[in-house]
Design a binder for this molecule. Structure first.
Ligand SMILES: *Cc1c(COP(=O)(O)O)cnc(C)c1O
Length: 436
C-alpha cells in the first residue's frame, strides 16, 4: 500500500532556482539526489532529531549534516556559544582564547595529538597533513585505500587502476595524471598487498592515510589487528601513518579510533564533530612533527579564517558538552538500542541486509549476509535496491542519506522511540519494495 506522496511545491520552486544559480543546484554533489533520483527537499529549519523543509514537512533525521551534529540540530549549548561569540566579533585574524581552549581539549582527548592546527574543512586537514608528511619524510608517494574518502584534494581524488595495479588513476576530471601517479591505491583488508607494495616502494612512501573505521563507502569495519599491522609496516619503512578521523574523531570515543584500537598514528585529521556544525577541520600529531609547520618549520600552511572565533566557540561547546554528559556511553547505548530494534525488521526485507555499526554510526549493507570489510565486497546492486527504499522512507518522514553508500548517524537528541519509528517505517518500505 503506497502512501500519498507528500507535497513539495515550495521545495520544487526553490530548487529550480537553485539549478539555475548553482551547478546541479547544490554546493556539494551528493545533496542533489542523483544517486536516488527526485528533488531534494529544501530545508528551512531543524531542531533536535528533526529537520523541516520549506513546505512544512518534517523528517526524522539520521543524516545529521553528514556527521557533525552529534548533539542534534540547533542544540542550545551550541546556539548560545555561537551567539555569544559572534557578538564579540566574527573574525579577528589573530589568536583567540577559544582556539587555544579547543586545541587543549583535542590534545586532552586524542592520545596521539600533542599539538594541533586548525583549518576550515576536513579536506584542508587531510591535504595539509599529507603535505606535512611529505615535508617531514622528504618522500613523495602516499598510499590510500579504495573505499576511503579523504576530501577532494587532488592527490586524494584517486582510484585504483584496473586489475591488480596499485598505480593511482585520477577519479575526477581536472586531476593531473602526474599528481595521481604519486598516490598508490590498495584494497582494504588486504595486508599481503600492502606488504608487497612496501617491499617494492617502501623507501619512497611518505605516508599511509586511512579512515581507521572507513565510513564513506558504507561502514567497512576493520578486522581485529588490521590497524596494528598498518602501524608495524609503516614504522618498519619509516613512513608516517595518518588516521583520517574526520568522521570517527570525538564520535566513537573522545580519542576516536586511536583510543579504541590503542594504535598511535603519527598524524590524525579531524572535521565534522569538531566544528559543531560550523566549518572547522584540524590535524594534529607529535610536537616533533607538528613543529615542522610554518612558522616554526618549513612546511607552509595557512588560512584567513582558520581558528575562527565563532567556529571555535561552537566546537568547544560541543566537546565540553560531550565530556560533561559522558556522552560516548550514551551514544553507544543508543546505537545498541537502534541495532536491537532494526535486526528483526531487517529479516523482513526482500533481500538479505546486514547491519554494520560502531557506536552511533550505522549502515545497512543491502543484499549481503555479512557486513563487508572492503569496498570490493559491497553488493554491486546495492544502489539500485536502495533507491526505492530511500524514497519510501523519505515519503514517510524518515531522512536517511540519499545514497546506499553513506552511513547513518545517531545524535544525543535521538531517543528509543525514534528507532521504533525507523523500524516501523522500514517494515512498510519492504512491503512496497519492487524486489518483493
Ligand atoms: C567528510 C570527510 C572528509 C572531508 O571533509 P570536508 O569537511 O567535507 O572537506 C575527509 N575525510 C573523511 C573521512 C570524511 O568523512
Amino acid at each position: 500500500m503506497a502512501v500519498k506522496n507528500i507535497v513539495h511545491d515550495e521545495s520544487e520552486q526553490i530548487f529550480s532556482r537553485a539549478c539555475r544559480a548553482l551547478p546541479g543546484g547544490v554546493s556539494s554533489p551528493v545533496r542533489a539526489f542523483r544517486a536516488v533520483g527526485g528533488t531534494p527537499p529544501v530545508i528551512a529549519r531543524a531542531a533536535g532529531a528533526e529537520i523541516e523543509d520549506v513546505d512544512g514537512n518534517r523528517y526524522l533525521d539520521f543524516v545529521c549534516s553528514w556527521g557533525p551534529l552529534i548533539l542534534g540540530h540547533a542544540h542550545q549549548a551550541v546556539v548560545e556559544a555561537v551567539t555569544r561569540a559572534v557578538r564579540r566579533g566574527s573574525s579577528f585574524g589573530a589568536p583567540c582564547e577559544d582556539e587555544v581552549a579547543l586545541a587543549e581539549k583535542v590534545i586532552d582527548f586524542y592520545p596521539a595529538a600533542e599539538q594541533v592546527r586548525f583549518v576550515s574543512s576536513g579536506t584542508e586537514a587531510t591535504m595539509s597533513a599529507i603535505r606535512l608528511a611529505r615535508g617531514v619524510t622528504g618522500r613523495d608517494l602516499i598510499v590510500k585505500f579504495s573505499g576511503c574518502y579523504h576530501g577532494h584534494a587532488d592527490h586524494l581524488l584517486v582510484a585504483a587502476g584496473s586489475g591488480l595495479a596499485t598505480f593511482g588513476q585520477p577519479s575526477s576530471a581536472g586531476v593531473p595524471e602526474a599528481f595521481a601517479g604519486l598516490t598508490r591505491v590498495l584494497p582494504l583488508d588486504d595486508l599481503p598487498r600492502l606488504e608487497a607494495l612496501f617491499a617494492e616502494e617502501g623507501a619512497r612512501i611518505a605516508a599511509v592515510i586511512i579512515e581507521p573505521v572507513p565510513a564513506n563507502n558504507g561502514l567497512l569495519l576493520p578486522r581485529e589487528g588490521y590497524l596494528e599491522a598498518l602501524r608495524r609496516i609503516t614504522e618498519e619503512h619509516g613512513a608516517l601513518l595518518i588516521f583520517d578521523e574526520v568522521i570517527s574523531g570525538f564520535r566513537v570515543a573522545p580519542g576516536g579510533l586511536c583510543e579504541l584500537s590503542g594504535v598511535m598514528p603519527d598524524l590524525a585529521t579531524f572535521g565534522k564533530v569538531i566544528g559543531g556544525g560550523l566549518p572547522v577541520g584540524a590535524f594534529g600529531g607529535s610536537r616533533e612533527i607538528m613543529r615542522q609547520l610554518a612558522p616554526e618549520g618549513d612546511v607552509y600552511q595557512a588560512g584567513t579564517l582558520s581558528g575562527n572565533p565563532v567556529a571555535m566557540a561552537a566546537g568547544l561547546a560541543v566537546l565540553t558538552h560531550l565530556q560533561h554528559e559522558d556522552a560516548w556511553r550514551r551514544l553507544d547505548e543508543l546505537g545498541a538500542a537502534l541495532e536491537e530494534r532494526l535486526l528483526p525488521v531487517l529479516k523482513n526485507a526482500p533481500f538479505p541486509v546486514a547491519l554494520a555499526r560502531i557506536g552511533s554510526i550505522f549502515w545497512m549493507a543491502l543484499n549481503t549476509n555479512d557486513p563487508p570489510r572492503a569496498a570490493e565486497a559491497v553488493a554491486p546492486d546495492a544502489g539500485d535496491l536502495y533507491r526505492p527504499l530511500f524514497h519510501s522512507l523519505l515519503n514517510r518522514g524518515v531522512n536517511l542519506a540519499p545514497s546506499a553508500f553513506e552511513v547513518g548517524f545517531i545524535s544525543l537528541a535521538h531517543r528509543e522511540e525514534h528507532f521504533d519509528r525507523l523500524a516501523e517505517t522500514l517494515d512498510a518500505a519492504w512491503a512496497e519494495h519492487p524486489a518483493r
